[in-house]
Design a protein around this ligand. Structure first.
Ligand code: GLN
Length: 199
């Protein structure tokens, strides 16, 4: 069985564990960088990205996560995780992990639409996906190699670039595990590719 780690420094950790479990993979909470060696894919959950980057610095996660990425292992950033994965942030803020060729606007939907739900058309899904947005970001710039998976109000809210997946919404907060399934399939693909290389 494949093992997915959820970065457990802050944010929506428990809900992710349950959804990974319901999608048929094993889930563990990652609290130390050495645990990255035990997992096949990593989720950086929602929460508060400024707090999360401070904690990631304090526990020495920055370089180990970059190495994990360079090993072509899949990473999924939800909400604050999408902010941390971006190569660029709008405004003066410095990007952090720089894993995906997107520019992200934090809290992009503003105060009026602090939190909301929307039925999203997501690439590859036949039925709409009920997406929960909480002080969500969106991507206001997307590189040519990035596949846009969903837009809301003409703003990019879900995307993939090779082994990195992001969503501005919180897929773990609904009973629908189809978005999580996209990530689990990416992890399966990456394991197959790694196996082929060692053959
Ligand atoms: N607005 C938060 C941030 O920029 C993200 C919110 C969330 O993860 N739900 O960190």
């Amino acid at each position: 069985m494949i093992t997915i780690g959820v970065l457990g420094l802050q944010g929506a950790v428990e809900e992710h564990l349950n959804q990974i479990d319901s999608a048929g993979a094993q889930a563990i909470i990652v609290k130390k960088p050495s645990q990255l060696n035990e997992i096949d894919g990593l989720i950086i959950p929602g929460g508060e990205s400024t707090t999360m980057r401070k904690l990631m610095d304090r526990y020495g996660f920055l370089e180990p996560i970059k190495t994990f990425f360079e090993q072509k292992k899949p990473i999924f950033g939800t909400c604050a995780g999408m902010v941390l994965a971006a190569n660029r942030l709008s405004g003066d803020e410095k990007p952090y992990l720089e894993l995906m060729d997107i520019s992200v606007k934090r809290n992009g939907f503003g105060r009026q639409r602090d939190s909301f739900e929307a039925d999203l058309a997501i690439n590859g899904m036949e039925e709409p996906f009920k997406a929960v947005f909480i002080r969500a970001p969106y991507a206001d710039g997307v590189g040519a190699d990035v596949e846009i998976l969903a837009e809301y109000d003409q703003k990019v809210v879900a995307a993939r670039q090779e082994q990195v997946l992001v969503s501005a919404f919180h897929p773990e907060l609904t009973g629908d595990n189809r978005y999580m399934q996209i990530f689990i399939n990416m992890v399966k693909e990456s394991l197959k590719e790694a196996e082929l290389k060692t053959c």
